[in-house]
Design a binder for this molecule. Sequence first.
Ligand code: PLP
Length: 384
Amino acid sequence: MTQPPKTPLHPATIAAHAAGQSDPDTGGVVPAVHMATTFARAEDYSLLNADNVYLRSHSENTRMAERVLSALEKAAETLLFPSGMAAVAAVFRTVPNGASVVVQSQIYWGTTAWIRSFCERRGIDLHEVETADPQALEAACAAHKPAIVWVETPSNPWLRVTDIAGAARMAHAVGAKLVVDSTAASPVLSQPLAHGADMVMHSATKGINGHSDVLAGSLSVNDTEAPIWQMIRADRDTAGAVLGPMEAWLLLRGMRTLPLRMREMSRNAMALAEYLSDHPQVESVLYPGLPVHPGHATAKAQMSGGFGGLLSFVVRGGAAPALRAVGRMQVFQRATSLGGVESLVEHRHTIEPHTGIPEGLLRLSVGIEDVDDLIRDLAQALGQ
Ligand code: PLP
């Protein structure tokens, strides 16, 4: 690592320089990939490097990526996991059998489905509540005294916005920890810990990596002594849900352009949201950057630099015209996931038909292409 700078750096500089991490052995400005799974001891059995015993516990590439994420998230510590879902599971595994949890309703379907099944197996009392509605959240906290309140903001694919500071107050009033899945915002556009969240979770598969070629997840906290964090850290170490060195290295490389990508994706998404809002074939547009969005004021207060690349809209006439438009798209690729440099489109009702998603809803993950190409593609696909 090079000497830390005297004045605090801005996120774009921290990211571009990988928080000052390079390769001290060769002078390379890019760190090496350290693939060794085990580390040698000297004749007197002392470790050659006191920080390294075995890769499951000690990965230099993982530590490097964690340092950058902590700096961007303004967190004291970050732990990486081999997927976003592994990070979700790490949090819920700390909940004692028989306790209760409050989880936002209609969030990423994979999270909901896994939490439901886990809570059932473990006898945990699960309450799904629309946390974007503060009254509903306050009532649920008061009635159920949860161990954890789980919020996803902006939510996928409904783009609902939960007031993080308000949710933190309500959770803390009953002794709960507030965990925020901030995947759609990325650590560039929002830092939930600064608004009172106890923990931030990301699917780093999405914007953080940004190139649709690494699966990873992260958890970040400020209170590194909290029992929940000690449990998560020990469990990752011994149960082994760790990221491989190559994935960690790729993540570090991807993050060098994270602020740049999030800015461009947000700008493109805003332009598409405005374009779609005026389109006769479009019933509604869900994007927190639009002043008419019910969560706009809250999003503006807790996000900065843009509203992200995730956007949903409802095509008039339901499933048939929506699927017809999807089939015609030439620049947007038909695929799940979000946060990559390439734009994607998804008909969520096909994936989760029983969760209340409107049949005409299309979810866009807006990339960094030229916005004119994206608008032209939507225009020809929608027939205008
Ligand atoms: N959280 C959100 C908001 C997501 O969109 C996803 C994946 O789509 C996940 C969590 C799960 O992350 P992963 O696919 O990296 O396991």
